[in-house]
Design a protein around this ligand. Sequence first.
Ligand SMILES: *Cc1c(COP(=O)(O)O)cnc(C)c1O
Length: 373
Amino acid sequence: MSAIPIFDPQPEIDLLWEELNDAIQGVLRSGLFIMGTQVAAFEREAAAYLGVKHAIAVNSGTDALVIALRALGIGPGDEVITSPFTFFATAEAIEQVGAIPVFVDIEDRYYTIDAGSIEAVITPRTKAILPVHLYGQAADLDAIQQVAQRYGLYLVEDAAQSFGGEYQGVKLGTFGEAGCFSFFPTKNLGGYGDGGMLVTNDDRVAELAAMLRVHGSRQKYRNECVGYNSRLDEIQAAILRVKLKRIDEWNDLRREAAHRYHELLSTIGGLIVPSERECGKHVFHQYTVRLPEDRRDAVTKGLRQHGIGTMIYYPIPVHQLPVYKHLGITLPVAEACAREVFSLPLWPHLSAQLQSEVAVCLRRLLATETGSP
Ligand SMILES: *Cc1c(COP(=O)(O)O)cnc(C)c1O
């Protein structure tokens, strides 16, 4: 049996080889490497694709979150309600602007923030709700928007894992005052280096964000506030323009692969496969399944021994990371998920053959492990 990584970027690189080379060489020939025509064109094209007024490219998804929060005026003493079941960058960005992350448990079925638990943690210092569209699936946006509106809170979406994903036919990242994306190489829309972007329909947020990404200046050498050096470079923008053209096709291929896994795996007793919100379009940044804690670790170890890539996103919920241990809070659903989830190989051009190898291996491991034939 062949080794199967959790993610393989080579098929897409092979497919786009000529176009990527042309794009990169075009930048080399242009002599413009920072804030040139490629970044401007990518921002225009991404905004049009998402159906949003402004897109501001920055140098990472983390910076997109930091700059979005800063542009909304969120700072020291403010509280931002978010999910504990995410990559640390979500909470880190809140801390970077001096605000306090307030963690709310997640929905057992969809792994996104439990909208029904938000109201209970709102205080006079709460400024925003920051849901994460985890694994490529929308958070419960209707309910979240209702709470945000009732209490006059901003909505900032962490859409780092869900470029092209939808909720009620509308693209994720465009519901709130700001939406944030990452172009880290493994993401749905990934570059070949770091990159990120924030989008907004608010002219003022767009203007401030554009200023913050270049040292707080609208005009060169006329700095108005303390900002960041956080720009997407021209080569990454040129690469992302090539890949943006395929995003729908490739997200559909991810969905097809996920549905093939569903066929292969949903009959395995004890294994929980992903649930898709009916009103959404899940773009399967990850295909994440779940087993009771005592079986998960043996099975993931077995998969790795058979050369099958698997990862746990995320093994420790954010509120229990060493940096937040002192908070001493308990969020049982996120904690259970962290003990039970694991992700399987998935990329747009993953073959049905490799998927059935993954399924066969998983079935065998579960059979040996429970002692049944
Ligand atoms: C990847 C990711 C980020 C951070 O993006 P970077 O580009 O790596 O800085 C933030 N939030 C989530 C949910 C992510 O998956």
